[in-house]
Design a protein around this ligand. Sequence first.
Ligand code: P6P
Length: 326
Amino acid sequence: MQTGTTLTQDLRVRGTDEALVRLMDGVATASKVIADGIAQGDLGDALGTAETENVQGETQKKLDIVSNEIFISTAQASGAAAGLASEEMEDIYPLVGDGEYLLVFDPLDGSSNIDVNVSVGSIFSVLKSPSNNPTTEDYLQAGNTQVAAGYVVYGPATVMVLTTGQGTHCYTLDRAVGEFILSKESLQVPQRTSEFAINASNQRHWEEPMQAYIADCLAGKEGPRERDFNMRWIASMVADVHRILTRGGIFIYPIDAKLSAKNQGGKLRLMYEANPMAMLVEQAGGAASTGRGRIVDIAPEHLHQRVPVVLGSRDEVAEVEAYYRR
Ligand code: P6P
């Protein structure tokens, strides 16, 4: 009998700060509990809709609330975080103790997919805390200051994909042992792709450069791109990004007239969706842009700020940016 390198062993081998190891171990514990709740499906009592809405005005699933609470308790138990921010909570959440990090997370992204048994995920970002009693402003740090970023995809396998700035690595949950085991090191996103991911039902609302870019992809060999493209859209960011980190592609959630009309800068949230995914993709040799500039260079203005997201294969992200420059 033998097992591979566990998450905490691998982090220590990479020289990771011990408090950060403890925080990541807390996230791993939270995700094991969440994975179990999801796997029970309708047999468990975690599915179904709660009678509440989150700060985004979205109806919450019971598991959204349970997942948020699990992240809070495991982060507090780690003793490594001074505070938390979550998609499911309007305000920051101070923790007791003298933790040196801030954990910013979406505890269960794509939860509308749970009822139809499609992969969902948890997304998290780690920042340094400037003080023991961080204010909301202390969380508003650009993505290029992230200490670590990752997600857990709850799919046929439960896989954590994590970067601490030394590449992007995969850890697969060995349910028999109850440990995340290093399963893929140093992911590399192929530079070139012929596969795009976008919710095409919003096409009439897109800005002109995005309409032109997608139209040219759809024109295939006879069009200006001179090759055929494939499309995928799971409508679960973690699942779409995992595919792109694994085999390449470009993921796009652009700003559109509907979102602008609601005074929203996009659909996806900067602090706990776009920034962590951007770090993971860049650490794997890909690119992450709003279409007009690098996501991790954005100076955040508020906790639940939304941004357009164009990320994945570096050459294709550059192609989209070229359409916006024309
Ligand atoms: P749409 C899930 O609700 C989410 O936040 C992301 O996980 C996903 O990529 C996107 O929204 C799906 O949006 O408009 O296709 O339902």
